[in-house]
Design a protein around this ligand. Sequence first.
Ligand SMILES: Cc1cc2nc3c(=O)[nH]c(=O)nc-3n(C[C@H](O)[C@H](O)[C@H](O)COP(=O)(O)O)c2cc1C
Length: 336
Amino acid sequence: MVDLATRYLGLDLRSPIVASASPLNGKPESAKLVEDAGAGAIVLPSLFEEEIVHQEVQLTRALEKGDGAFAEALGYFPEIDTYADVGDSYLDRLETIKMRSEVPVIASLNATAPGKWATYARWLADAGADAVELNLYRLAADPSVPGSAVEDVDIETVAAVREAIDLPLAVKLSPYYSATANFAARIVAAGADGLVLFNHFYQPDLDLETLDVSPRLELSRQWELRLPLRWIAILRPQLGKAVSLAATSGITEGTDVVKALMVGSDVAMMTSAVLRNGPEHIRKVERELRSWLEEHEYESVTQLRGSATSATSSDPSAFERNNYVATLHSWASERV
Ligand SMILES: Cc1cc2nc3c(=O)[nH]c(=O)nc-3n(C[C@H](O)[C@H](O)[C@H](O)COP(=O)(O)O)c2cc1C
């Protein structure tokens, strides 16, 4: 029997197939189905700062409505400061999912205000998360702010959260940083135990009738795995074995998990394929992974991990350039 066990963020996982942040994982009933289908760990959808602010506004409104005569009482509740006040929400669901799960439960966070990341991360720790994943996404659209300043804010955020909690900490990155290798090293130096590469973003479409933007969520496709594969192959030797790496985007079949592990990932994360096919898809991918490993005479995931890293990493920039030229030429030589 092939050994699928792996370690991620210092946690022992029974399988390298992890259910990445998705609405399915945010509800206790469906999170249980995901776990029962074999996920090695479950990442909850992100707690967004906007949701907490919305709750604060609702609370203030309720107080105003219920007790107008004592408006000064509102001063006692300027904002929600403790995790207990957030009530019937993300943190309750996190507690329930954690109570019912035998696999590690990773909470995810996306805040905006600099001081809030650390506060909310503490709430997640108090609610019982086994680890925290920071979803560092925002759009750098201010022309007066250079890339280095955007990166500095992210580094400060990671350092502040590191300071605030003792839990394992992962940082989920967008692929849009200009110097990914340098930034990844700085994130690790700021205290991250692992990186999740890469988050997937959803560009809104334009509605031609209303001339308005319309949100449009497209699930990702298998070919999108190539970008995380490329970067994990580059980063694994640079960051060393102590740093955890998770591949996310496009993982669809067992062979995708094989590729992710080969370039040095500790886990392969799945959302779109699970949303398309249901939680049972995780079991199918695990079966495919097992058969591939057996056919190729690997005894464990550990034996496979990183076996293809060196093929592309001795001089990544030169490799990338050669590969770029060769890829463009391959189209012309086949078709023109
Ligand atoms: C419906 C949906 C909701 C998602 N919600 C979150 C989220 O709350 N936080 C987050 O970091 N990523 C979120 N993601 C991104 C996924 O966790 C994952 O990184 C991305 O979809 C790429 O992986 P995939 O190709 O397996 O889907 C979401 C994705 C989808 C499709």
